[in-house]
Write a protein that binds this ligand. Structure first.
Ligand SMILES: Cc1ncc(COP(=O)(O)O)c(C=O)c1O
Length: 380
């Protein structure tokens, strides 16, 4: 048996990878499992997107290696999309890089900017990948706590009291997963000022910007943000294209160029047909967003009913694909979700997988139909 690299000692198998195996095993024994754990959209991508990939197969270049930077048409579509949605001007030739999902971007950015021993500010609670990638590249996570009492916004005053000399990157994710908290212009402004003051690259991971969100914001809207901030976005949630693996990073050309150095050494371009589909998605009218949000809104109100059955409290204005709910005191998050899994055959995510600040909370996914949510409600 060949010994694996030491870097693997720093990470464990992803919670969902393990837990979903257990959930599948339970389902295989005949249990009527309902999975409200993961945020993989169950709805179909836009029909135009599917048509575009289908029509692309016979194009002469369809099966060749593609450009490391993606098709110019795709970068133009991203530029137009960011201009329409956020009024941001980004040069498609050097300030935009298509990615295979925003998750890939987290690794590429970390490889491009972190040395061993550098520190990285990571939200607690937050998306677990920021931590695992930080450890995989030999850097050190420095968690910053988000609190419900502070509307899950970073406490910049508290951050200022830390020794920040080794901090190189700060991960930010608004709208925030798992809490569903909206982005605030004021928070982005403070973060950009903080990044400039301490020379910390601020990266906003923004894949939930168009789900149940009346006011999508980008960190790049802040004056001078491009000097110190990058933004990741993704088609996974907005266009129900999670399996397609299409994301993007936007920012200053010098930063983008460093990320490209990593990326061009790791893959050989995104499949042509996927890029063609992505271009169609980015050109869709507001009807698409309204139609999706109507479905998610109906589901969310049913999930609120389910949360009520569990005596939870929650924010009725939350954004994104999840409802984040506070459980009654007395049991841990994992005790609550395990009891629900074993007694009611319903899988919900314990807040603690997003960090210690997730204790006392559970997360419901909106990626299940109304019928299924009603079925879950009827089990209580
Ligand atoms: C906060 C956050 N960032 C990034 C991702 C990854 O998205 P993508 O499919 O674009 O890699 C997810 C997916 O669940 C997420 O929740």
């Amino acid at each position: 048996m060949i010994q694996s690299a030491k870097r693997l000692d720093t990470v464990q198998e992803y919670y969902f990878s393990k837990k979903l195996r257990e959930v599948r095993e339970l389902a295989a024994t005949g249990k009527p499992i309902i999975n409200m754990g993961i945020g993989s959209p169950d709805l179909q991508p836009p029909t135009k997107v599917i048509a575009a990939i289908q029509h692309s197969f016979n194009d002469a270049v369809a099966h060749k290696y593609q450009s490391y930077q993606g098709l110019p048409e795709l970068r133009n579509a991203i530029a137009k999309f960011y201009h329409q949605k956020f009024n941001i001007t980004a040069n498609p030739s050097n300030e935009i890089l298509p990615l295979m999902g925003s998750k890939e971007g987290i690794m590429h950015i970390s490889m491009a900017f972190l040395n061993e021993g550098d520190q990285v500010l990571i939200p607690n609670p937050g998306y677990p990948t920021y931590t695992s990638v930080t450890k995989l590249v030999g850097a050190e996570p420095l968690f910053y706590e988000l609190e419900e009492t502070n509307n899950w916004q970073p406490n910049i005053g508290a951050l200022e009291t830390l020794d920040l000399t080794k901090v190189k990157i700060m991960w930010v994710n608004y709208p925030h997963m798992p809490t569903g908290t909206d982005a605030l212009k004021e928070t982005f402004e403070k973060l950009v000022a903080f990044g400039k003051k301490h020379q910390i690259l601020i990266v906003n991971d923004n894949p939930y910007s168009f789900i149940l969100n009346d006011n999508p914001l980008s960190i790049l809207q802040v004056n001078g943000a491009k000097d110190i901030a990058l933004e990741l976005n993704s088609l996974s949630k907005t266009f129900n294209m999670a399996g397609w693996r299409v994301g993007m990073v936007l920012g200053n050309k010098n930063y983008i160029n460093e990320i490209l150095k990593v990326k061009s050494n790791m893959d050989s371009g995104m499949f042509y047909g996927i890029q063609k589909g992505a271009i169609e998605a980015l050109h869709l009218s507001d009807d698409w967003f309204n139609q999706q949000n109507k479905i998610y809104e109906e589901r969310r109100s049913l999930v609120f009913q389910l949360a009520d059955k569990l005596n939870c409290t929650y924010n009725t204005n939350s954004t994104g694909l999840f409802v984040w709910a506070k459980i009654p005191t007395g049991k841990t998050s994992e005790e609550v979700t395990d009891a629900i899994l074993y007694d009611k055959d319903l899988f919900i995510t314990p807040g603690t997988i997003f960090g210690s600040q997730g204790e006392g909370y559970i997360r419901f996914s909106l990626c299940v139909s109304k019928e299924v949510i009603n079925n879950a409600i009827n089990r209580f």
